[in-house]
Design a protein around this ligand. Structure first.
Ligand code: DC
Length: 218
């Protein structure tokens, strides 16, 4: 079956470079971009602000129902704490189900879209014509995230950021609902030794090839 719109799925662990790559791909191919991690971050923060326990599925699902587009602009979603809350609420099938329709509707826009996350190529858009799985070693990802947090004014030890990254990798990869895993048909992009420009260029080539295959099959 031919996919109705040109969807680019960019999955991978925290600080692998997938967010920046997704934004650059959106610009290069003229497609809207959705950072799906932001949805889980918002649910985590809303649950926490309401005094709910993010490990409790009912409380986290209430958080998911309270989600509005305006919340997604809150800078608090970019903090280290929000990343941890996001990973905790993301284990609940009820939370994931509540976010499914929004993500699929975004992907179904005429012309296509780029979505980045953990389960885009496996669960949200399994028929996406272009799939990338972006990785890097935990040490390199921790260094990138540490520099990003420092740039935002968040003072934190590198060792603590590395511990966060390892804990989130373990939780996101081991959960039963839509675990973080490369789709069988995803192209692996290891950015450990790459600058962001090199990584974005490699991603562009992968997506160009996928677009040519997709157009030929229509
Ligand atoms: O991409 P990020 O670091 O902003 O994601 C934060 C957390 O949200 C991540 O640790 C797991 C969860 N997440 C998810 O389960 N599925 C997605 N599609 C995106 C993020």
């Amino acid at each position: 079956m031919t996919a109705p719109s040109f969807v680019v799925a960019v999955d991978g662990p925290a600080a692998s470079g997938k967010g920046t790559i997704a934004v650059r791909l959106g610009r290069m191919f003229g497609l809207p971009v959705l950072d799906t991690g932001l949805l889980y971050r918002a649910v985590g923060v809303l649950t926490d602000r309401a005094g709910g326990n993010p490990d409790d599925e009912a409380a986290a699902s209430d958080g998911a129902r309270g989600l509005t587009a305006a919340v997604l602009d809150d800078p608090a979603l970019r903090t280290r704490g929000a990343g941890e809350l996001a990973s905790r609420v993301a284990v609940h099938p009820g939370v994931r189900a509540a976010l499914l329709d929004f993500q699929r509707a975004f992907a179904a826009q005429p012309g296509g879209a780029v979505l980045d996350g953990r389960d885009i190529g496996t669960v949200i858009c399994p028929d996406a014509p272009a799939k990338l799985y972006v990785t890097a070693t935990p040490e390199v990802r921790a260094e990138r995230r540490w520099k990003q947090l420092a740039g935002q004014g968040e003072t934190v030890e590198y060792a603590d950021v590395l511990a966060d990254i390892r804990r989130r990798d373990a939780r996101d990869g081991a959960r039963e609902a839509a675990p973080m895993v490369a789709a069988r048909d995803a192209e692996l992009l290891d950015t450990t030794e790459m600058t962001i420009d090199l990584a974005a260029d490699a991603a562009r080539r992968i997506v160009e090839a996928a677009r040519a295959r997709w157009e030929a099959s229509r």
